[in-house]
Design a protein around this ligand. Structure first.
Ligand SMILES: C[S@@+](CC[C@H](N)C(=O)[O-])C[C@H]1O[C@@H](n2cnc3c(N)ncnc32)[C@H](O)[C@@H]1O
Length: 250
C-alpha cells in the first residue's frame, strides 16, 4: 500500500464521518472533549511536548504533518503561540482549518499543504516545531529533520514523537519504522541538546487504545481501518518502543 496524499485524503474523509472512532481515541488518550481529535499520543504526553518547546505567547509554532490539527491547536491554546500547520493531505488541512476556527481566536492559526521534505515555509521563520507520529513518513526521516532545522530560528526548539524498532534486525517491524533513528539523525541534521527518551507510559496508553478499538463494533470504514491497524499493532507491540526526541537549532 502506498501511503501517499491520496491515501491520507481518503483516511481523513472516512474519519470525518466516524464519531465512534473519535470517541474511542479521545477516551484512551485523555483528550479534552471539545477537541475530539486524538491521534496516538496521550494527551498528558502533549503537556511534555509543550514544555519541551519552551514557547512564549506570540511565538510562532509549526506543526508539521499536522493532520486534523488537534495536537498543535492544543499546544497553541495552552502556550498562547501562533500556529502554522502543514500536511500533504488537502482534506486534513481543510479539517484542521475548520477545527482551529472553532477552537482558537481568529488569526491565531493557519494551515497549508506541503510535505515533510518541502514544507513551503521560509528559512528561519519559526520559534518552535513539533512533528507528532509522522517523521517516519519522511523519505528518509533525516531529510525531514533537515527541513525542520531549516525552518527553525537559531535557538528554536524541536519536539518529535515517533516509534523505533527494539531490534534493528526484527523483520516484523515495518521498514519505515526501521528507518527511524532519532538520536543519530537529529545529530546528523545539526541539532544541539539532542535528547531521545523512551516513553513507556505513552506506549501503555496506546496498547489500551488498540485493545478498546479491536473490541468495539466495526461501525464504519474509519473504525474498520482503526481495527485493522490495531490488530497489526498488537501483534507486533513489543517489537517497537515509543520515543520522544527534542533538540535545539544552533
Ligand atoms: C499518523 S498521522 C499523524 C497526524 C497528526 N500529527 C496527529 O498526530 O494527529 C500522519 C500524518 O502525516 C501526514 N503525512 C504523511 N506523509 C507525509 C508527507 N510526506 N508530507 C506531509 N505530510 C505527510 C499524513 O497526511 C498524516 O496527517
Amino acid at each position: 500500500m502506498t501511503l501517499d496524499s491520496v491515501y491520507f485524503d481518503g483516511w481523513y474523509t472516512d474519519m470525518a464521518a466516524a464519531p465512534t472512532r473519535d470517541a474511542i481515541l479521545a477516551r484512551a488518550m485523555g483528550m479534552p472533549a471539545e477537541l475530539q481529535d486524538a491521534g496516538a499520543l496521550l494527551w498528558q504526553g502533549l503537556a511534555e511536548v509543550t514544555a519541551a518547546l519552551r514557547l512564549t505567547p506570540g511565538d510562532l509554532l509549526a506543526d508539521i504533518a499536522c493532520g486534523r490539527g488537534g495536537y498543535g491547536i492544543g499546544v497553541a491554546q495552552s502556550s498562547g503561540a501562533h500556529l502554522i500547520g502543514v500536511d500533504f493531505s488537502a482534506v486534513a488541512v481543510h479539517q484542521a482549518t475548520a477545527n482551529s476556527a472553532r477552537l482558537l481566536p481568529a488569526g491565531r492559526a493557519t494551515f497549508q499543504t506541503g510535505t515533510l521534505l518541502e514544507t513551503g515555509l521560509p528559512t528561519g521563520s519559526v520559534d518552535a516545531l513539533m512533528c507528532v507520529d509522522a517523521v517516519q513518513f519522511g523519505e528518509p526521516p533525516l531529510a525531514a529533520l533537515t527541513e525542520f532545522r531549516r525552518l527553525l530560528k537559531p535557538g528554536g526548539r524541536l519536539a518529535v514523537t515517533c516509534w523505533e524498532a527494539v531490534d534493528p534486525a526484527d523483520e516484523q517491524v515495518p521498514s519505515r519504522i526501521h528507518a527511524v533513528d532519532l538520536r543519530r539523525d537529529l545529530t546528523k541534521a545539526g541539532f544541539a541538546d539532542v535528547q531521545v527518551r523512551e516513553m513507556p507510559t505513552w506506549r501503555q496508553a496506546e496498547r489500551e487504545m488498540w485493545e478498546a478499538a479491536v473490541a468495539a463494533p466495526d461501525a464504519d470504514a474509519a473504525m474498520r481501518a482503526l481495527q485493522a491497524e490495531g490488530r497489526r499493532s498488537l501483534d507486533t507491540f513489543d517489537a517497537m518502543r515509543r520515543v520522544f526526541a527534542t533538540g535545539t537549532a544552533p
